[in-house]
Design a protein around this ligand. Structure first.
Ligand code: ADP
Length: 286
């Protein structure tokens, strides 16, 4: 993509669009007669963080699940740019890092979607879930290496070394042999984040990563996510933590009724929303 590309239809900043990692256009999803996503357009630039805010039931989680190939959209397109492989030995940032096979990908969901295309989409992002979704009968280390070894077919020794380094980074080396029920919620969520990182995704997706945590455990997890953002990971974060969104996100999108009603830079959107619906939502929260 060249910088000469026109601004996106949603009007997101040209800077984000010109180095777009992810472009979503006209995404639609219904569950039976319940049309959950009307038509969602969004763009995430490389190394950028997009926060999705909005009322419960507005479709935020469904957007993430569509991006991760966990739901099959009914229409629209998702484009993911080719991975930029970073020489980690050279101390590069994590931005755009991905498996060597990550060529650019475009899926038009109006056409019949092959399982292979969905698999390719799934491979490009990794999801961190609200309720951690760790395998209860596997240890912390087994949870982390499962995806890279079984799904991505990477060598066990390499994946294990990487997993142990990641666990050390989040202070959980001594928990590698523990089972999820032996950990606090904050520790489980840090394992959830490590498990996502071990997949070497191009894009990290966070679905209300702290909303199930006791208040005193929220800070550690938010600090870790902020660190990852500062390192240049590209992210989409669904959150109710507006302060956090303001601090970590380059852009915030307000979702309501299955569309992105408004988006912009955090300060602008939170302080001076243009749309009445956004104003009402923020008024209730602030
Ligand atoms: P949010 O994350 O903004 O709270 P969701 O994306 O979770 O919203 O849900 C949006 C709507 O989609 C809700 O009405 C929810 O009941 C419905 N929905 C989500 N997932 C499913 C599903 N698997 N089956 C049926 N309805 C669903």
């Amino acid at each position: 993509m060249s910088p000469a590309d026109p601004p996106t239809t949603t009007g997101q900043t040209e800077a984000a669009a010109s180095a777009a990692l992810l472009r979503v256009r006209g995404l639609q999803k219904s569950f039976g007669s319940n049309r959950v996503l009307e038509s969602v357009d969004l763009t995430v630039g490389r190394g950028r963080v997009l926060a999705l805010i909005g009322p419960s039931g507005s479709g935020k989680t469904t957007i993430l699940r569509c991006l991760n190939g966990l739901e099959l959209p009914d229409g629209g397109t998702i484009e993911v740019a080719a991975a930029v492989i970073v020489d980690r030995a050279g101390g590069g940032t994590a931005s755009g890092r991905g498996p060597a096979s990550s060529a650019s990908l475009t899926i038009d969901f109006a056409a019949k979607t092959s399982p292979k295309a969905l698999g390719a989409l799934r491979d490009r992002s990794a999801m961190v879930f609200q309720h951690y979704n760790l395998f209860p009968h596997k240890t912390v280390l087994q949870n982390v290496i499962e995806g890279p070894v079984i799904v991505q077919r990477r060598p066990v020794a390499e994946v294990t070394a990487e997993a142990l380094a990641l666990l050390a980074r989040v202070g959980l080396t001594d928990k590698q042999g523990s089972f999820p029920f032996e950990l606090s919620g904050g520790q489980q969520q840090r394992v959830g984040i490590v498990r996502a990182l071990a997949l070497r995704p191009q894009l990290l997706l966070f679905d209300e990563p702290t909303s199930a945590l006791d208040p005193e455990l929220v800070g550690d997890v938010l600090r870790l996510i902020k660190e990852l953002a500062d390192e240049g990971w590209s992210m989409v974060i669904v959150t109710h933590e507006l302060e956090f969104a303001r601090e970590v996100a380059h852009e915030i999108a307000f979702v309501d009724g299955g569309v992105i009603v408004e988006h912009g830079e955090p300060k602008q959107l939170l302080r001076h929303p243009e749309q009445e619906r956004t104003r009402q939502f923020l008024h209730r929260l602030l």
